[in-house]
Write a protein that binds this ligand. Sequence first.
Ligand SMILES: Cc1ncc(COP(=O)(O)O)c(C=O)c1O
Length: 430
Amino acid sequence: MSFREDGAAALEWAAQYLERVGDLPVLAQVAPGDIRAQLPASPPESGEPFADVLRDLDEILLPGITHWQSPRFFAYFAVSAAEPGILAELLAATLNSVAFLWRTSPASTELEAVTLDWVAQLLGLPDGWHGHIEDTASTSTIAALAAAREATGRNVVVCSEHAHSSVDKAAKLLGLELRKAPADDDFRLRVDALELGDAAAVVATVGTTSIASVDPVPAIADACDAAGAWLHVDAAYAGSAWVCPELRWSQEGVARADSLVVNAHKWLFTPMDCSLLWTSRPDDLRRAFSLVPEYLRTSEEVDSLSEYGPALGRRFRSLKLWAVLRCYGREGLQARIREAVRLAKLFEGWVSAEPGWEVCARRHFSLVCFRHEGSDEHNEEIVERVNRSGELFLSHTRLDGRYVLRLAIGNERTTENDVCRAWEALRTAR
Ligand SMILES: Cc1ncc(COP(=O)(O)O)c(C=O)c1O
């Protein structure tokens, strides 16, 4: 078989998968070890046809896939790999650029700068910020906090009790002390509880993982200014919503940040992985990471993006983001985000109108937190039952000590009918 024929078969597989993903059980219905038991323990001695790989993908691996592309994937933060992004991934793998220096892939380096400028414009961010792509928000936050430590010479990071665990991990990795500030009744960091005398950085979150609450960034920026601390804003999920002017209220104060992370792989329809990190202080980031051994010295007087983060080798991630931005445009992005928010609002209305059910946190974007009356165990059982059914997949959190269900809308294929089916399944499972 030739590359062309195998490629056509793989593309056909992808097209058929996207057509039928809504019919597959959302959460993989397998037990630990089931998939591994079906796979040969040793590699083949001689090469096999690519068609065998596709066959095993269907027969062995597919039952072990939890379908993040399903329109009824409502767990964590639901995501979409849009078709232009999928195709661009194929092209990026074909080129296999390793852009650690400008000269090792000028187009990758320059397209990355351009796409980050484009997204900054789409989201209404300040002009002139330096942007680059990391794999995940976890790495982006490590990079930002390393720069904060470098810039301030201090070793303390402060965030709210609702900040993502990636902040804990970054602090641990960088040897920083982490201090958690309490949150108010709306799950927002309490600025009056901040003690920043020795703080290198504060991480403010716009769209927290549990409830998508929005920290008071303007007041946090004031406190950072007064204390000389770095302000890192984690808008990994909600930052994409700023493409819609009516959701930009949640951006207030972000222009004063020293760094900002938004995950294009969360709500900007770009295949995993693509985390966008901007900074207004690129020199500090560079001081934290630039290390140029002899073999990487070149005559060009240009920046290499590997000098702004931990990794040397860099994939051509901007290609998939560029493809999505070009094929969807501002209007296409806005329409999809607005639809997710509309559906979440609709679901929230059904929950609050139904006796015995309760919405547990103010909804700002496309995430609804809710529970059924009764014990935590009862609510946990509802989640287990619907997830096991394969009809939908949702996750949970704990708020004020209570077990709470989370329904996150973010897949571009999700329709009103899918949300309706989810609600019916939940009502039946109660
Ligand atoms: C607010 C927030 N920040 C950071 C992260 C970590 O993202 P990543 O998986 O890209 O490291 C998440 C993950 O859901 C998140 O919700």
